[in-house]
Ligand binder design. Structure first.
Ligand SMILES: Cc1ncc(COP(=O)(O)O)c(C=O)c1O
Length: 369
């Protein structure tokens, strides 16, 4: 931990846990000591109290409303991060060991997800971008899908490689399961195309501790009560996301982030436009830098959330990160497996933060190019 005592906020480009919208932080600060009308903070009240049930219902309804979720879908909150979903998905959806899960692997997180499938059934890697260093999403024609697969999993945004699907892949009849951990609530979605959407909150919709799920009702029954209760989606739905004590503070923050998207940003279309504008600033600059900055992802697969690029040498990468830090821009170092720079510009990163980074990048190339 830094020994600095400054309380001035920086532009935080961390990949996660990540920046939160300032109005959300301000409301948290205001309500931290005492939730209005409750007499205690949200951290101190029973999860069964009407006040907290109201907080959880509010968060659930806001997600449902943002995504205009059809009646045959359920919003759930669970713990264990996105990582527990690597086990819960095959445990629930592979009814016996003869069933197959198709996995489309476009980066580290999709790969990790595929690694837990064989505990429960058969794995078919429908596409794997590892040989080319995870620089793109597959063409539809490249997918090697299984007839009768129990489900197909993909990661809409690979946080480490900065590779994002523009549209969900077509997978026929198999329920489509998506890890949206790093682009949840960043754009409108046609929910009907999905069987299950899941996202840990600490990047785009809150803080660590809670994972949001949007699941089609018919899939809740796949587990057929074969599983320990906590691993069973149907039990979480029956228990209204209160099978045990939920991460109350994290659920509360997720509700506030959703409210911010609804009331301040103006919904998911507006959120998407803002995200396109922010990412566009950085990619345009990368493309116009005569190769000084080189993007990791191919242009058609570029992430609006994590802009991954490198400079001509590792020394310049390090200098870039250090000088940006001195100018109040932090968290820019690339993941250790990829190196270079990663600017995570999630929903909550203000346009001003991206403009400041773009100005810095322009200046840096002039001085070092
Ligand atoms: C796309 C994606 N999936 C899964 C995870 C793992 O999330 P958690 O640490 O909450 O298990 C991450 C975290 O960085 C991620 O970015």
């Amino acid at each position: 931990m830094s020994s600095s005592t400054t309380t001035e906020r920086v532009f935080n480009f961390s990949a996660g846990p990540a920046v939160l919208p300032e109005p959300v932080l301000e409301q948290v600060r205001e309500e931290l000591f005492c939730l209005p009308g409750v007499g205690s903070s949200v951290m101190e009240i029973s999860h069964r109290s009407p006040a907290f049930v109201g907080v959880l219902d509010d968060a659930r309804e806001r997600i449902a409303s943002l995504h205009q979720i059809p009646d045959d879908y359920e919003v759930l909150f669970v713990q264990g991060g996105a990582t527990l979903q690597n086990a819960m998905i095959p445990a629930n959806f592979l009814v016996d060991r003869e069933q197959t899960a198709d996995c489309i692997i476009t980066g580290t997180w999709g790969k990790k997800n595929s690694q837990d499938v064989s505990y429960y059934g058969k794995l078919n890697v429908a596409w794997d971008g590892s040989e080319t260093g995870f620089t793109r999403t597959p063409e539809q024609s490249e997918l090697n899908l299984t007839e009768g697969a129990a489900y197909c999993h993909y990661t809409s945004n690979e946080t480490i490689h900065g590779v994002q699907f523009r549209d969900p892949p077509g997978v026929g009849e198999a329920p489509l399961v998506v890890d949206q951990s790093s682009d949840f609530l960043s754009e409108p979605l046609d929910i009907q195309r999905f069987g299950l959407i899941y996202a840990c909150a600490q990047k785009n919709c809150g803080i660590a501790g809670v994972t949001a799920l949007i699941i089609r009702h018919e899939l809740l029954e796949r587990s057929e009560s074969r599983l320990p209760r906590y691993l069973d989606y149907a039990q979480h739905a029956k228990g209204a996301s209160m099978l045990n004590t939920p991460p109350t503070f994290a659920v509360y923050v997720t509700g506030l982030v959703c409210k911010w998207i609804q009331e301040t940003v103006g919904g998911l279309e507006a959120m998407h436009r803002l995200n396109q504008e922010k990412a566009g600033l950085l990619y345009e600059l990368i493309d116009q830098s005569d190769g000084f900055y080189s993007g990791h992802a191919q242009p058609s697969s570029r992430s609006l959330m994590n802009v991954v690029f490198r400079l001509p040498s590792a020394e310049l990468d390090a200098k870039f990160v250090a000088e940006a830090g001195e100018q109040g821009m932090t968290g820019l170092n690339g993941h250790r497996s990829v190196g270079g720079i990663r600017a995570s510009i999630y929903n909550a990163m203000p346009l001003g933060g991206v403009q400041a980074l773009a100005d810095f990048m322009r200046d840096f190339v002039q001085r070092n190019g």
